[in-house]
Design a protein around this ligand. Sequence first.
Ligand SMILES: Cc1cc2nc3c(=O)[nH]c(=O)nc-3n(C[C@H](O)[C@H](O)[C@H](O)COP(=O)(O)O)c2cc1C
Length: 550
Amino acid sequence: MSVPATVVAYHQRTKHDFHRFAASSGHMDWANQPHPFRYYEGAAATQLELNRELPPVGYDRIYTPNSLNPAPVNPGTLSDFFYYSLALSSWKQAGTSRWALRVNPSSGNLHPTEAYVLLTSVSAREATPELFHYVSETHSLERRASFSNEVWQSLMGDLPNASFLVGLSSIIWREAWKYGERAFRYCQHDMGHAVAALRISAALCGWQLKLVPNWSTDDVAALLGLDRKHDLIAEEQEEPEALAVVIPTTVDGTQAVMLSPPTKTMIDTIQSATWYGCANRLSREHVAWPVINEVTIATEMPRNAASEPNPGGFHQWPQEKLSRSDADARQTVYQRRSCLALDGSSEATLDVFLRMLGRTLPGLHPPWDAVYWPPAVHLVLLVHRVTGLAPGLYALVRDPTKKDLLRNAMRGTFVWETPPDVPEGFPLYLLTKADCRDAARVVSCHQDIAADGFFSLGMIAEFAEPIGRHGPWFYRNLFWEAGMIGQVLYLEAEAAGARSTGIGCYFDDPVHEILGLTGNQFQDLYHFTVGIHVDDSRLQSWPPYSHADR
Ligand SMILES: Cc1cc2nc3c(=O)[nH]c(=O)nc-3n(C[C@H](O)[C@H](O)[C@H](O)COP(=O)(O)O)c2cc1C
């Protein structure tokens, strides 16, 4: 199967290049800037507990499966789950402008990702299964629907007691308002960041979290009420993205979780359940971007797509071989921030560099045990300042069985040597020695942060083959995987006393040109940079929930 024309056309026309940026309105339409938070007006809200005292947890334990005892699922632990994944982490102020930042990052801080949770009673007010929408501004859950116990039973089947579901969607308009046609890509990156953030937060509660591979987009829409068109303004609809199961027990990481897809009768029952509230209006006026609608529809998961969960047969790098960090896990997650500028001089040690890369390698541990597809995204690193490593271009082959595929697709002059002092079997290869600082800056839309850190990188995805094999929906998953790698790098940077930033603005084909890549076999899907940050002293910070400050 080949990549559908709609996906190729969208991807092609939303590339930035030296002389042409992807289409957008070209100016900031401040009058129609989307409201930063979604609410369901008329839905009752339950405030999640703030000021919870939690014991320290070593940062490295995030990446060790089943390393924490499962906490009981209750309003307190649900609060923790969202607090360390999607909550606000700070308010910032510059002059008269004030904006909120969150635990998870987002392109342009626009936060298109919305989260829902379906469980049996968070408030003990009623023992019925209820669907809630998470509101980061107030750290609360809005009740969207009440379902019958039969719906709950048929959904959860034989899953362990107290398991629950998390649903994710994208308000594409939020990103399109600023970024125009490229916005669909950014929504998918943000999804990946959110999935990794939720998986890691679940791990801190001792819980498992797995994306459900076999629910169609329409079925997720029905379950989350996103097909209730009259509850949302047409231009501000939420696109269903994914459903995840949270299991509050230790399980074998290889165990795939297939949730039975809903029957027609169940969908009818869900649709005729009691629903509460209507979505708030985000903007007065909207600009239509038809190609976004086209790629959105083309990449929806059909019913019976029969996506095979990842059997976990890929090569894994033993995480215990990586150097240890002294950081506290929750503190690291909570302080994550994007750098605005890097110092252009500090170096990373080889140990720290390898640990950062090692954490991005797939394995049956958080966050990678959340995904059901085999890894398809590799890293090409522009190394500027790593002690003991020659500056140059390197490749991290995240699935070592793909080394020859990449090697054959890239420039024949690349040397593919294991650098000195890199442990045998660690899939990092020198391609060519070079001072890449100018190239890094230029291909990342002339952004200095790409040149001023320890390293920056491009995420090179296997493209035509896996999309052809899995189906057009896999286009989204490639961005999710890239976003998850980004989330790991954000945390790794913090744990090392450094800072990083996701870079969605980069020149796609000039990167392919540097690497010698032609056609659609591989595509550059995301950039990233890591280094020592320089803070902007003009920015004032305020605590996230000042009424109940932690
Ligand atoms: C997908 C994605 C793309 C981004 N692209 C850029 C970029 O090109 N340049 C940049 O300076 N920051 C970029 N950022 C960083 C965001 O601007 C930042 O996450 C947002 O302002 C929120 O700040 P925080 O990460 O500190 O919470 C990107 C972030 C994400 C998640």
